[in-house]
Each structure stands twice: as C-alpha cells, then as structure tokens.
Design a protein around this ligand. Sequence first.
Ligand SMILES: Cc1ncc(COP(=O)(O)O)c(C=O)c1O
Length: 426
Amino acid sequence: MKNFSLSQRDRQVIWHPYSQHGLNRQILPVVKSHGAYLELEDGQKILDAISSWWVNLHGHAHPALVHAAQKQASQLEQVIFAGFTHEPAIELAEALIQYSPLNKARMSKVFYSDNGSTAVEVALKMAYQFHWNQGIRTRKKFLALSQSYHGDTLGAMAVGEPDGFHQLFRSLLPHVDFIELGQLNHLQERLKVNGNQYAAFIFEPLVQGAAGMRSVNIDFLEKAVELCQEKGVLAICDEVFTGFYRTGKCFAFEHTQIVPDLICLSKGITGGFLPLAVTLTSEKVYEAFLSQEIKTAFLHGHSYTANPIACAVALESWKLLWSQECQSRIQEICRITQDRISKMFAHRKIKDARCFGTIGAIEMKLDLNYFSSQAGQTVNLLDAALKKNVLLRPLGNVVYAVPPYCIKNSELHRIYDVMEELADDL
Ligand SMILES: Cc1ncc(COP(=O)(O)O)c(C=O)c1O
C-alpha cells in the first residue's frame, strides 16, 4: 500500500465524519501544519480560516504546546482518574476556577471528559441527578433553544435542533421542549404549565455556531435564564464553541448578566492539540451529590478522563492566551473582523453579515440548507475557497471565519477578500 497516495489508502480503510463517501469527494491529505497553515501532500499550503473545526487557538504546532506535551508525556502520560489525581489536572482546574468571571459565577468544581459532546452529556446527567438526589422525581425533561447544536452523542443530540442533522434519531432521544429565539411568552407558558418537570435549560450564549453563526439576543437570553432559574431549572451554558476568546471575551457569558449553574468547555481548551473537555459546576450542584451512599455519586467517567498530557497542554494554552502578544492579536482580529464584516452588508449577493468578536460570517443569497451541504453550491464554495488556498467550510449558505489568534493582519484580510470573491462569483 505504501506505493499508493494517502488519498487512495484513506479511501480503502477510513470512514470520515460528516462525509457522504458515495459522492466520491476527494479527501485532502495533510502532512504538516504550522501557524495558520496546513500543508497538503502535494505541497499546497492552505490558510486554516476555521481553526480546524474551531479548536485551534494559537496556531498549529505551536512550540510551547509541543514542548508541554513532550515534557508531560515523558513524566506521566496517563493514569486512571477514579481514585487518582495528578498535578496538570489540579493546576488546570485551579486556573479555570480562579479566573475571576468563573469565580464570580460561583463555579467551584471541574469534571473532566474528552470532547464537547461529552461535556454536554455530563452537564445534562448532572442536572437530572442533582434534582433526583434531592428527592425530586418530576424533573425529567430539558429545555433548549431551536436551532441549537450541542454535539452528536445521544443526550447532546436530544437538545439539538429537532429538524436538523439528527432528525433521523429523534425516536431514540429523550423528550426536549424547544424555545424559538426571542419567544419569551412561549417559555413563560411552558414554565407555567411544566415548570417542575424541567431539570435544566441548555443554551449557546451569544452565538449559535453550527446553526450558521446565528445571533442570540442577550436580553432574551438573560430573561430566559432568569425565568428558568426562578422555577428551579438549572442553567447550562454551552461554551464549547464560544469559549477562550472567540467572541472577544474569554467566555461568551461574560457579555451577559447570566450566572450559569453549569458550563461546558472543550474545543479551544487545549489550543487545538488534544481532545479534552470540562464541565464546570457550582458548589450547590456539587453538594447535592455528597452523601455516605454511592448511589448519589455521579457514576460517570471515561478511560482518558483528565489525560495528563491534554491537561498540561491546556494549561500552557491558557497561559499563552493571557500573554500580551495573544491579547493584542485578539483585539486586532476583533477590529479587522468588525471592519470587514460591516462593509459586506452592501454586497448585492450577501443577505446578512454578522460579527461576534473574532468570528465573522456572511449569509449568501442562496437557498441552501444543511442537507445540501455535501452537494451542490456549498461544496462549490468550499472548493472555490480551497483553490484560493483558504479553508472555509460553509454552513449552508453561511460562510464564516473563526481564525487562530496567530493569524497575521494580511492573512485575515486575505480570508475576507476570498469571502467577498465567493460572493462576487455567485
Ligand atoms: C456549542 C457546541 N457544543 C458542543 C459541540 C460538540 O463538540 P464535539 O464536536 O467536540 O463533540 C459543538 C461542536 O461543534 C458545539 O459547537
């Protein structure tokens, strides 16, 4: 097999995520990465405008993160996390909890898992058991926002948009009530009738990423959370996408007055190096699990929970995030993004243009939905951008940039130039 190209070998043995292999789309072999660039087998260098599915923060193969991984791997690479602990996990948890907005939000415990979906599963299960442990048996349902995306495992799918990617699995999933954005009356009615049946309300703060960088009104969200918490419904803030400065503040809930009961983080947590996630909880939630009986404990865990290498890299990434250099890059990215996006409104092929800190998105005047995204025009947009050496992966008719913070001004302008050219060529 060594005589075949990576693409040919891949086709023989690999099944890729979110891919219709029946369409015979080319799978691109990446051999190297550096800074904001990916390098393909044939030598093409591609500007990674989406931070490799929104995970990369400081650029690919960042030397400080490489060093942290190597150092930790040679000291303690992995250990069972039930009944054992280690310094990288403790230090990372301390760093997060001591961060003042998380501290002010009364987050006091960190539960580790491996990815955004598991961080959400943990939060949902914790919310349910929080009530159960207090003898409340009625709170078996969840509230979520329409067009949400919280991941691909069963619990996470259940709280995602019911008519979206996961429609097929609906009959397998627990019941969830969905609220349309802005429909406070709808929420009020539901809470009036079923207030004591909900365990938690889960939401993406400020922006619904996978829905096409859809804006979530802050006043609406604050009021929705307040109404829920008044009725004893826990608030789960899913910052898997928005965390670590994507929206111009470290966490998107900092743009609001919301005090969540649980917060989910993943993606950028290790700067895009290794899979890791955390579910942060308040002391109130944690205390509901304490007793002399195992049955009130949170009986959930994964083999690689709090992997020491992932935690050590996450800690280093957190330190880099607070460096003067990174902070000023983030400010500059926010400024340029705002400037470029504000100029896109006038384009005759652009329906809407949105900016959330470092995230910039344009909605094309094209009638596309997710299910067409593996065929037709969305793929054309993706291919057209790749031909210009930029990785842009549209969500339906929305083309967006979520760049790594190492990106240079000229590279960022290049991304927005390409977005404009795509609109010109429609
Ligand atoms: C808001 C949100 N929550 C959860 C997830 C799931 O994360 P993962 O893909 O790591 O399972 C995502 C992924 O895009 C997300 O955007």
